[in-house]
Design a protein. Structure first.
Length: 197
């Protein structure tokens, strides 16, 4: 009886050891969404990855039915590939319209690129929107070409999304910000020129 118990406990320990949890936490500026890690992260086949992304300050992001979002973990290997499954996307600081949910499940995804990059496309239906101040993506790593692989940065790529502040107002895009800065500087120059005359 003791031998059977020891054998069962040993098997349980082996099963638990195979699903190594990898927890990643990133604070991301939506104006510059590439974020290098302070310490690189090593991920191997069989690992369970939990990537929590908080937006800087009180920034928010709003997605609708035409939106696509990809959350990348970058590696230095240019000849990699991956397959991940049991993918879950959960919004932090969530508010939604039209019956949008704060959490979504996805199946298996594969790609031949040097990044772990779960992709979320057109998962909201017509009339739905999701506004959030961060998100959490979790998945099981079925296979990566180089295992373990070292990942050094996080990047968020969004199409048809609206960046806002905690109050929901729009934030100018970088081109508008540069235009306004240039306009302000030229106004100062004109004002200084008038004072000298």
């Amino acid at each position: 009886m003791k031998l059977r118990l020891v054998t069962l406990l040993s098997l349980a320990a082996v099963c638990v050891a195979q699903a190594n949890p990898i927890n990643i936490g990133v604070t991301l500026d939506l104006g510059a969404p590439f974020t290098p890690f302070t310490t690189p992260v090593s991920i191997a086949n069989g690992d369970h990855v939990v990537n929590t992304v908080d937006f800087l300050g009180n920034e928010t992001l709003t997605l609708n039915s035409a939106s696509q979002m990809v959350s990348y973990l970058f590696a230095n290997d240019n000849n990699s590939s991956f397959t991940i499954n049991n993918i879950q996307l959960s919004f932090l600081g969530f508010s939604g319209t039209g019956g949008a949910s704060s959490s979504y499940l996805f199946g298996t995804q594969s790609s031949g690129q040097a990044a772990l990059s779960p992709s979320f496309s057109f998962f909201l239906t017509g009339g739905q929107s999701a506004t959030f101040s961060g998100f959490q993506v979790s998945y099981d790593v079925q296979s990566i070409a180089v295992s373990p692989e070292t990942y050094y940065a996080s990047y968020l790529n969004v199409s048809n999304g609206v960046v806002g502040s905690g109050g929901g107002s729009s934030v100018p895009d970088s081109a508008s910000s540069l235009f306004l800065l240039g306009l302000g500087l030229s106004g100062l120059t004109c004002f200084r020129g008038r004072r000298k005359v």
